[in-house]
Design a protein around this ligand. Structure first.
Ligand SMILES: *Cc1c(COP(=O)(O)O)cnc(C)c1O
Length: 433
């Protein structure tokens, strides 16, 4: 079997030029394809489940701009709402009615959210929520989990390796030790480790933040009882429980992972889907906590472009499309068919695989499994994944360029798209076996 060869001359020219202009040639690191090898593809346009590169090649896209494109890229209703909104200006820097509309939709949808503050990215939302956790409890420490990503703010960039984990060693130069000294880490799905941290740090922990389904260490689900256990532990110790639903919000269900699992945190961060492809983040939760935020309360947090009319419009339209009956049933059916086919294709080729999906989010590791935390995720054959990634790209399927990222489907992915994708997987697994 010979792999088709794609002409990517223009992509290569542009990426070479970009490397002299921007660090690594990109505006965000994973886009550079470093962990899978090969050259990144430079996109020209996106529509529905597809992306086209600057050489005119077409791909079935399972990244969806890393989550926002859950209705499909450039949905006609989102685009026409934006065209109408743009006539009224791009930014007000003043209250706008659209903020009320999106706030009401979020409060109605997400069980924990009684009040919400809009920001411009998931990073910003997580940064602010940590300040709020500390302001509300008067405690400085926070527990996060190995492999969970909460944006690039200093306090969350803590190396999650065993041994150094609880020492709070910074993960990046430029992050002072003093900033991360208050960040404690535990392995995901390990309630005992969290209990121990609470016991070792009495009355010092403001709360626990986590991805209720992990998408940033590959796709890892909480084991039964884990989220419930965290809910009880935080209550018991006067600490807050925070779900970082930047990825899972409006993707796992219309009410996020918290509605899916029936566990309600005190605070929630959101991003990605909520902006429908424009820059939006949000944090929200219990009214008594949110009323700490300025100008209602003393905790300062602000933003020049926050709540801007274009971003609110894209978010509102995207949520309107998602809340139509049958959306999540369709997303679930598409994703289940995809992951079942991927696993079957790997097994047929004799390649170890473990994988799963919930609603419009899926992932697999090239190892026997099970994978319950980041340490176990590292058993995946990353080199083989790199080969798989390149083989799939050659066949017109655009997967996340890392063995440690989740995959995303959209309402625009048809049965035919999934079939074509699975054919590409069958050929690719055979090629790399
Ligand atoms: C993407 C992501 C973030 C960061 O959001 P940005 O908009 O990239 O700043 C934070 N938390 C989780 C769980 C994410 O997936």
């Amino acid at each position: 079997m010979t792999a088709p060869t794609l002409n990517t001359t223009r992509s290569q020219e542009l990426f070479s030029a970009a490397q002299a202009l921007m660090p690594g040639g990109v505006s965000s690191p994973v886009r550079a394809f470093r962990s899978v090898g090969g050259q990144p593809i430079v996109f020209d346009r996106v529509k529905g489940p597809y992306a086209w590169d600057v050489d005119g090649n077409k791909y079935i896209d399972y990244i969806g701009s890393w989550g926002p494109a859950i209705c499909g890229h450039a949905h006609p209703e989102v685009i026409s709402a934006l065209q109408e909104a743009i006539e009224k200006g791009t930014s007000f820097g003043a209250p706008c009615a659209l903020e009320n509309t999106l706030a009401e939709m979020v409060i109605d949808a997400v069980p924990s959210v009684e009040m919400v503050r809009f920001v411009n990215s998931g990073t910003e939302a997580c940064m602010a929520v940590l300040r709020l956790m500390r302001a509300f409890t008067g405690r400085d420490k926070v527990i996060k989990f190995e492999g969970c990503y909460h944006g690039h703010a200093d306090m969350f960039l803590v190396k999650a390796g065993s041994g150094v984990a609880t020492l709070g060693l910074p993960d990046s130069p430029g992050v002072p030790r003093s900033t991360t000294a208050n960040t404690l880490t535990a392995p995901y799905n390990d309630l005992e480790a969290v209990k121990q941290l609470f016991a070792e740090n009495p009355d010092a922990i403001s709360g626990v933040i986590l991805e209720p389904i992990v998408g940033n260490a590959g796709f890892i689900q909480p084991e039964p009882g884990f989220l419930e256990g965290l809910r009880e532990l935080t209550k018991e110790h006067g600490a807050l429980l925070v779900f970082d639903e930047v990825m899972t919000g409006f993707r796992i269900s219309y009410g996020g992972a918290q509605a899916h699992f029936g566990v309600t945190p005190d605070l929630t961060t959101m991003g990605k889907v909520i902006g429908g492809g424009l820059p939006v983040g949000a944090y929200g939760g219990r009214r008594d906590i949110m009323e700490m935020v300025a100008p209602a309360g003393p905790m300062y947090q602000a933003g020049t472009l926050s709540g801007n009319p274009l971003a609110m419009t894209a978010g509102i339209k995207t949520l309107e499309l998602l809340r139509q009956p049958g959306s999540y049933e369709k997303l679930t059916a598409t994703t289940e068919k995809l992951i079942a086919g991927i696993k079957e294709a790997a097994s047929t080729a004799g390649i170890p695989i473990t994988g799963a999906s919930v609603s419009a989010m899926f992932g697999f590791f090239l190892c026997e499994g099970p994978v319950r935390n980041f340490e176990e995720a590292k058993a995946t054959d990353a080199e083989r994944f790199g080969k798989l990634h390149r083989a799939m790209l050659q066949r017109g399927v655009y997967l996340a360029p890392s063995a440690f990222e989740a995959g995303f489907t959209s309402l625009a992915h048809s049965d035919g798209d999934v079939e074509a994708t699975l054919q590409a997987f069958r050929e690719s697994f055979a090629e790399i076996a």
